[in-house]
Structures are given as C-alpha cells and as structure tokens.
Design a protein around this ligand. Structure first.
Ligand SMILES: Cc1ncc(COP(=O)(O)O)c(C=O)c1O
Length: 404
C-alpha cells in the first residue's frame, strides 16, 4: 500500500535496476535542496550532514555561486584549452593567491588533481632533482584515500578499492600514517614526493599526532623531496582554516584541491604550486578538455572570493566547537571515540551496538543524512552554512539513535 503512495521505493528500485552497483546509497531520493537542507521526492526534509563529501561546503545553491553559474551559462560555457577565455586568468590568479603559490593547473575531479600531482612530481624528479629515468618513487600513507584511478588504487591499502584492478602502477612506498620515523626511513635518493592527506577523511577523519605535519615538511625540505598535500576533502574551510595544513603552520610544495572548489555545482579541481615545480610541464605534456572551462572558472572564482572573506573558515571553527562539545557528550553513551576538526567529525560507534551503516539508516529515519566510512565509524561533514540549532538537532538525533 505504502509503495503505491510514496515515490521513494519505486525510485530506489529504478536506480538499482539501471546502474552498476559501485555505491550502496541510503534509500533516500533527493529532488531539491537549499542551504543545509534536502527534500526528497515525497517531500520529506533532511538535514545534510555529509555535504557531498565536502563538495558542498557553502551549502546547497549558495546564491552567489548560483548567480555566477547562471550568468556564465548565458555567455559562454566551454572553449577547450585550445583558446583562452575571459574567466581563466582571474580564476588561476585568485586561487594562486589564496594558496600563496605562483601557479595553478585546473582539472575537473579530485582524482585528476592527484594524477596531475604525481605526474608533475615525477617530471620534477627527473628534470630538477636528477633521479635516473624510470626510478622515481613517491611515499604515501597507510589508510590513504586519493581517488579511484588505476594508478591511485595501486597504492591504496583498502582491499575493496584495490583488489582485482591490477596490474598495479609501481613507484609508491606505503608507510604508517602519523609515524615520522617510518616516513623518513622510507625516503631515498629516488624519492620525489611525499603525498599525504593532512587529515585522512575516508579513513574516519583521522588527525595525525601534533608535530607530524611540520616534521614531514622538515624531512621533505632536508631531503629535497616535494611535500604534496591532498586537501581535496580537508581544504577550503572544512576544518576551520583555509587548509588543514594551516593548523600546524605547514606550507606544502603542492596543494591538491577539488570538491568544494566547484561550489557543489560543477566538478573543479586544481593543483597549486610554485613555478619551480609546476613549471616543469610544457605544452602537450598534460591536459584536459574540460579542465579550467569557463563555467567551472566562473563558479570557482566566486568560491575563492567566499573563502577570501574568511567567514566560512570562522564559522567552521566556531560551530565546530559546538559540534565537538555535543559529540564528546555522547562518548560513553554509544560513542567510543570522536575526532573533530572544524565542522568535520569522525565518530566511532560502539560496534556491539550497531554498524555505521545502521546508524546512518536510523539517522535518516530521523531526518539527518550522514555516511558511514567503514565498520562502525561514521563521518559528519555538514555544510559550513549550518546553524547552531541545526547542529544541536543533528547531535540530538544521534543521541536518540545511540540510545534506541
Ligand atoms: C582526500 C581525497 N582525495 C581525492 C579524492 C578523489 O576525488 P574525486 O572523487 O573527485 O575524484 C577524494 C574523494 O573523496 C578525497 O577525499
């Protein structure tokens, strides 16, 4: 009976019928959104506590971003990089200034930014550092998540992400995350880069021990190795600063950015670095048909301008403390541990109570959407426009779920 009335069950069935099952979404079918709120096909409202894995840091349909997109749609959407368009220089300059770097190379998805970083680091290694041809290695961390291409999954330590996708790309050395001695020991004369997430998001918002990132910076400087910070999920305001590296005063050689850079409207990613690094690329050696397209640049310029005000970083930092206080109050009441940086939280639920998936299903039933990472860990990453009352609402829903 209910099936006949509600549109959700049929829409879920259709989606399952017609797509490869490379995701396991919650059975919620969204049709519109505004700010921190989503509405499904049956008119039920949900508080968004995932924000498109941080792609929606500024909330759904932020007016300034939507206006920029509309204006650009009416003028020019795509040229390819064969020609220059009038949004390109402003985007690259403003993003470079936000990052404190000389140059920007725009791409589309996060994985493409990571691939770009790997290619640039290898070329830098051969042409600047003098590594023998074909010998370059990059040090990465256990528990990493950098995307889904064949090269990137080659150095994943998650068997689901990696198994049966070989043959794998060589040239990567995996070390435990947060262990500076292990990282230093893994570097040799052929190491061109260390590639790290300053906070491991997919792993469950894992924050490395204090001093680790400055230590990595120092080791990289001492050993003539590039420090590449994958800030695709952690950057652009999520943690209460422009970059997660900022919390420890660390400046990497290369920022990898994505997700929120597209304002939740278009996929936009970028690599930002100084000209001694990005300058190794010459025409014909790298590119993307859609990378840096006019629509992407027009939206991303406004994203950078929103961040340049500092307002979102401040909100994230201040509201993050409220989120932290609420979540820490649940430790021992169904939560085993919480890790919070800005409006980004990893919660370990007592595994004897329920899985992360079950917790997310129960939260959804109470009108809050979140996502499990693995096991009994879930992640909260609400849009940075969320209010104090909405944070309290999310924490109260979680308390109910844990108590039920
Ligand atoms: C840290 C990090 N790097 C890279 C990626 C890949 O980005 P995309 O899915 O846009 O390719 C992600 C996506 O979750 C990420 O969290």
């Amino acid at each position: 009976m209910v099936d006949d009335i509600l549109r959700t069950p049929g829409a879920v069935r259709d989606a399952e019928r017609w797509t490869a099952h490379n995701y396991h979404p919650l059975p919620v079918v969204i049709s519109s959104a505004e700010g921190a709120w989503l509405t499904d096909v049956d008119g039920k409202r949900y508080l968004d506590c995932l924000a498109g894995y941080s792609a929606l840091n500024f909330g759904h349909r932020h007016p300034q971003l939507i206006a920029a997109a509309h204006a650009q749609l009416d003028r020019l959407t795509l040229t390819s990089r064969a020609f220059i368009h009038d949004q390109f220089a402003d985007f690259c300059r403003e993003l470079a200034e936000l990052c404190g770097k000389d140059l920007v190379l725009p791409m589309n998805t996060g994985a493409e930014a990571v691939e770009t970083g790997i290619k640039v680091a290898r070329k830098w290694g051969y042409q600047v550092k003098g590594v023998p041809a074909g010998q370059a290695t990059i040090v990465v961390a256990e528990g990493n998540f950098h995307g889904r291409t064949t090269t990137i999954v080659s150095f994943s330590t998650d068997e689901d992400a990696r198994a049966d996708f070989g043959p794998y790309t060589p040239g990567f050395t995996v070390v435990p995350y947060g262990d500076l001695d292990a990282l230093a020991a893994a570097i040799d004369e052929n190491t061109v880069a260390v590639l790290l997430e300053p906070i491991q998001g997919e792993q469950g918002v894992v924050v490395p021990p204090e001093g680790y990132l400055p230590g990595v910076r120092q080791v990289c400087t001492d050993r003539n190795v590039l420090f590449i910070a994958d800030e695709i999920q952690s950057g652009l305001g999520r943690t209460g600063a422009t970059f997660a590296c900022d919390h420890e005063g660390v400046v990497p050689d290369m920022y990898l950015l994505g997700k929120a850079l597209g304002g939740g409207i278009v996929p936009v990613s970028a690599v930002a670095a100084n000209s001694d690094v990005l300058g190794v690329l010459k025409p014909g050696q790298h590119g993307s048909t859609f990378g840096g397209n006019p629509l992407a640049c027009a939206v991303a310029i406004e994203v950078v301008r929103l961040l340049a005000t500092g307002e979102f970083q401040r909100r994230s930092s201040e509201l993050g403390e409220r989120l932290r206080a609420g979540l820490e109050g649940l430790v021992g009441k169904g939560l085993v541990a919480v890790r919070v940086r800005g409006l980004w939280a990893g919660l370990d639920i007592d595994p004897t109570l329920m899985s992360g998936r079950e917790a997310c299903e129960r939260l959804a039933a109470r009108g809050v959407l979140a996502k499990d990472t693995h096991g009994s860990t879930i992640r909260l990453a609400p849009p940075l426009v969320i209010s104090e009352e909405e944070i309290d609402l999310a924490v109260a829903a979680l308390a109910e779920v844990l108590a039920a």
